[in-house]
Design a protein around this ligand. Structure first.
Ligand code: NAG
Ligand code: NAG
Ligand code: NAG
Length: 529
């Protein structure tokens, strides 16, 4: 059936299968921007002749399983929560981070984070339940004889399905809060002295106070993770698998971790052989724009254009914010293409056009593009890096502050505070990145690093997935750290042993000396007598 719809697929299938290996891939996806990113990888796998089956919750935001032109097979999990519940959760989440969080104390923010995590965990558990309690579905999946599972640690459950199906799995993701999953479950070494914890917005060069802050944040996220996340799941995993296990132990079995960043974006840091940095795998040369859009872009003349989007999740802003932004944009000589679904602001200038959707990659690759205003999601940042466009970052939540901090540190972006932003701040920031040539030069430098790789990120990602399929895992890359306890890992037992040995020797020597001294003393005394 797939072949009839896609004759080229049949061709690709025949072609690939004859020269290499055709596998069956099953996917436990994460919604929203994560799906946009992993989709590119899955499409490439299909092109190379692999079959891709996606386990998709019946209520989700962006995974359109009713799309008959999709090259993937969908296995729909009938979850008990509705699309409305999901929308309400997202709206609460966005509203909290965009409008409320800035006026709260840290512990109030933490409390809300905990509550949001509970709701999210509840939905994740319900999604898992639909699979683990459905023995017919499990039998069907077992019969399908998949070779590998692709998962994302943010959507807990993928690793559990891989365990049930007894197949190897590969992770694809950007980060976890405080790098907690990579560090604690993946064994990734992260010295807090120069590896900034994600979501802190720190760089690799930290003052004493920043290092202290970073260190404490690592401890805080570890405790938060153990208390509110791991404890929730350890029992669940043990129950389902019928043996005592933990979430972290199961996650640690990932064969390969495909991280969606690269050294143009990351600060240099230690990593393990089963970590592959494949940031920007979705980037492509720009395609021509739709005619009407191209005319608008050309009308900007020598001033060029600015591309503006706050991502796939933020559709509208408060009236106050959109007025400030529109007023700032109207003061610029550039033409602006703004992706926005909210109410049209009254201050909108004649140089600004609002679109429901924009071909972001094609616009960023347009020769007239001067700057990119972004919320700081990794997908958008990588498209800007790829095309060498300087950025103005307006981060709001999740990894966005961190991503923008990286770009600011690399000299390719200016950050504007979303909560305190005035019209003039945005105008100044845009003028800086457009007219001060250092920003463009730095963006081009990053672009060159991104392009100058021996193997393209997408090919590397596909290679490792195929490797895992061919060899039924990548155990030779797995560090023995997974078998150690925390005190063994940090050699605390060895240090304790050495300390005791040294102390014993010192004690014995001291006793001997004391003994000698006494004896000498006695002899001397006797002589005197
Ligand atoms: C999720 O929440 C609902 C209602 O609050 C509750 O009935 C249900 O038991 C929870 N599910 C899980 C898996 O915790
Ligand atoms: C976005 O629009 C929805 C309805 O269209 C509204 O309920 C919500 O408050 C708006 N969000 C903001 C931040 O204004
Ligand atoms: C351009 O920006 C850089 C980095 O912020 C700064 O050092 C330099 O002074 C700026 N140049 C001008 C002409 O403003």
């Amino acid at each position: 059936m797939l072949g009839l719809k896609f004759p080229w697929l049949l061709w690709a299938y025949a072609c690939c299968c004859s020269i290499s290996f055709c596998g069956r891939v099953v996917v436990w996806p994460t919604d929203a921007s994560h799906w946009i990113n992993v989709k590119v990888l899955l499409q490439e796998l299909v092109l190379r002749g692999h079959e891709v089956t996606v386990l998709v919750p019946s209520s989700n935001l962006l995974i359109n399983y009713q799309d008959t032109s999709s090259p993937f097979t969908f296995e729909v999990l009938q979850v008990p929560f509705s699309r409305e519940t999901l929308d309400a959760f997202m709206e609460d989440f966005l509203n909290f981070w965009m409008n409320e969080a800035s006026n709260l104390f840290p512990w109030e923010i933490m409390w809300t984070m905990k509550e949001q995590l509970e709701v999210f965990t509840n939905m994740s558990k319900q999604t898992c339940d639909t699979l683990v309690m459905n023995s017919r579905l499990i039998a069907k999946l077992q019969q399908a004889k998949f070779d590998v599972l692709i998962a994302d640690p943010l959507s807990v459950g993928g690793e559990l399905v891989a365990e049930i199906l007894e197949i190897p799995f590969v992770y694809s993701f950007r980060f976890s809060e405080g790098n907690v999953v990579e560090r604690l479950c993946g064994g990734l070494p992260s010295p807090p002295s120069y590896v900034p914890a994600s979501t802190m917005g720190l760089t690799h060069q930290m003052s004493f106070l920043e290092r202290l802050q970073n260190f404490l944040f690592y401890i805080f996220t570890d405790l938060f993770f153990v208390k509110f996340w791991r404890d929730e799941w350890d029992g669940y995993y043990s129950n389902v698998l019928g043996r005592p296990t933990t979430l972290c132990e199961t996650m640690g079995k990932a064969e390969i971790w495909l991280i969606r960043t690269y050294w143009d974006f990351e600060f240099p840091r230690p990593f393990l052989p089963n970590f592959e940095f494949v940031g920007g795998l979705q980037c492509q040369p720009a395609k021509p724009l739709p005619k009407e859009m191209e005319e608008f872009v050309q009308s900007s003349g020598e001033h060029g254009i600015i591309v503006f989007t706050l991502g796939s999740m933020v559709y509208n802003l408060s009236d106050e914010k959109s007025t400030v932004i529109a007023k700032a944009l109207s003061q610029l000589p550039q033409k602006v293409l703004w992706r926005y679904k909210g109410k049209k602001p009254e201050t909108l200038g004649s140089n600004t056009r609002i679109y429901d959707w924009i071909p972001q990659n094609d616009l960023l690759g347009h020769p007239l593009t001067k700057a990119f205003i972004t919320h700081g999601g990794t997908n958008g940042l990588y498209e800007a890096i790829y095309h060498g466009i300087p950025m103005v970052g307006i981060p709001m939540f999740a990894d966005q502050h961190d991503n923008i901090a990286h770009m600011v540190a690399k000299g390719a972006a200016v950050q504007v505070d979303f909560n305190t932003m005035k019209t003039q701040d945005l105008v100044d920031a845009l003028n800086t990145v457009i007219y001060n040539s250092t920003y463009k030069e730095n963006a081009l430098k990053l672009s060159k690093i991104q392009h100058d790789q021996p193997v393209k990120p997408l090919d590397r990602a596909v290679f490792w997935i195929e490797f895992v399929m061919r060899h039924k895992g990548a155990k030779h890359l797995r560090p023995a750290a997974h078998h150690l306890t925390w005190y063994q890992y940090h050699s605390l037992d060895v240090l304790a042993f050495l300390f005791i040995c040294t102390a014993t020797i010192v004690f014995i020597l001291f006793k001997c000396c004391l003994c000698c001294c006494r004896r000498c003393g006695r002899i001397a005394k006797r002589k005197k007598e």
